[in-house]
Write a protein that binds this ligand. Structure first.
Ligand code: HEM
Length: 121
């Protein structure tokens, strides 16, 4: 796991037992350059610096979303299920529940589980 403990927030994971670390969107927003690029898709934070040059549609589209919530553009493109599977390896942590906006048809943010347990999107 690549996550650094910089202004991160400790919380409790599924069942209220296992401690987990979340990042606020303000922390994610700082990682917005070629040097270090993070983005958010469906409440997970992805560290994709090493993937930039490998993206089939080029770096530019990823840099445009750097440090931000890329869910809409990620979904608009209709990425394949293989890509969604591949995405998991870049997940470093979850967005803090207090920073989450409800997505239609999903659970309340405050009840969401930790990173490892919610890959449904
Ligand atoms: C971490 C996030 C992302 C990953 C890991 C990723 C990965 C991939 C992969 C593996 C492909 C080829 C297979 C497929 O179509 O599913 C692809 C295609 C594509 N991606 Fe992404 N992508 C990401 C984010 C984005 C974002 C934010 C955009 C914004 C517009 C985007 C735009 C595209 C486009 C347009 C294609 C089609 C390229 C073509 O067919 O020539 N991707 N992406």
């Amino acid at each position: 796991m690549v996550a650094k403990e910089v202004n991160s927030i400790k919380g409790l994971g599924p069942g209220g037992k296992k401690p987990v670390t979340y990042y606020c969107l303000s922390e994610v927003a700082k990682r917005n350059s070629m040097k270090e690029i993070w983005l958010v898709i469906h409440r997970h934070v992805y560290h994709i610096t090493c993937f930039l040059s490998k993206h089939p549609d080029g770096e530019k589209v990823l840099l445009e979303q750097a440090g931000a919530d890329a869910r809409e553009s990620f979904e608009d493109v209709g990425h394949s299920s293989d890509t969604r599977e591949m995405l998991k390896q870049y997940c470093i942590v979850d967005v803090h529940p207090s920073d989450l906006k409800p997505e239609s048809g999903k659970k309340e943010p405050s009840k969401r589980d930790a990173c490892q347990s919610c890959w449904s999107f």
